[in-house]
Design a protein around this ligand. Structure first.
Ligand SMILES: O=P(O)(O)OC[C@H]1O[C@H](OP(=O)(O)OP(=O)(O)O)[C@H](O)[C@@H]1O
Ligand SMILES: Nc1nc2[nH]cnc2c(=O)[nH]1
Ligand SMILES: [Mg+2]
Length: 190
């Protein structure tokens, strides 16, 4: 599947490459100011946040370190199973550190409420959440981000790390899929 074929599945672009670049740079600027004199550790929640993380850290000018954690609750569909699975834990201790959790999207809050609790129990000096996208209307768990790129309506979005059935993560922008794409996937899944 080449990029042209991926593009054909997109109904509408919500955030262009340019809009994402500008906003990610602004978030990095806020983090630079808020953490001046400190050395935060940024934790990317895989897989969705890998593109955002890569762009964000390259715009942060402070010394910082990185780690990765893999969590999954969506399976192949567009709704959360509600069960969060840790498929890869951190490589380093976060005790006494200033942690910034980096996510692509905050939706029901299931993933983050589970993860933030788990990380709090490891006694970091501080913990903040930076999410590129927030869908506040979908929240079932009380999670709030400290840094938010954009708020979005209740639409299933793909691209810039975000997938549908593991595809579309490599699109450089964020958009919504044509309804026929979901229908095809449902037929294939039967
Ligand atoms: O607020 P929630 O309703 O929990 O949804 C948000 C989470 O769902 C997606 O991850 P997913 O579990 O699909 O795994 P992925 O990152 O590997 O795509 C997304 O990357 C967030 O981590
Ligand atoms: N790709 C994708 N994953 C999600 N996980 C939670 N919400 C979303 C969404 O809108 N798109
Ligand atoms: Mg994720």
């Amino acid at each position: 599947m080449d990029m042209d074929m991926l593009e054909q599945d997109i109904e509408r672009v919500l955030f262009t490459e340019e809009a994402l670049r500008t906003r990610v740079q602004e978030l990095a600027g806020q983090i630079d100011r808020d953490y001046a004199g400190r050395e935060p550790i940024l934790i990317s929640v895989l897989r969705g946040s890998f593109v955002f993380m890569a762009d964000l850290v390259r715009s942060i000018t402070l010394p910082c370190t990185l780690d990765f954690m893999a969590v999954s609750s969506y399976g192949a569909g567009t709704t959360s199973s509600g069960q969060v699975k840790i498929t890869k834990d951190l490589s380093e201790s976060i005790e006494g550190k200033d942690v910034i959790v980096v996510e692509d999207i905050l939706d029901s809050g299931n993933t983050l409420s589970y993860l933030l609790k788990l990380l709090q129990a490891r006694h970091p000096a501080s913990i903040r959440l930076c999410t590129l996208l927030d869908k506040p209307s979908r929240r079932t768990k009380p999670v709030e981000a400290d840094y938010t790129g954009f708020s979005v309506d209740d639409l299933f979005v793909v691209g810039y790390g975000l997938d549908f059935a593991e595809k579309y993560r490599n699109l450089p922008y964020i958009g919504i899929l044509k309804p026929c794409v979901y229908e095809e996937e449902l037929v294939t899944a039967d």
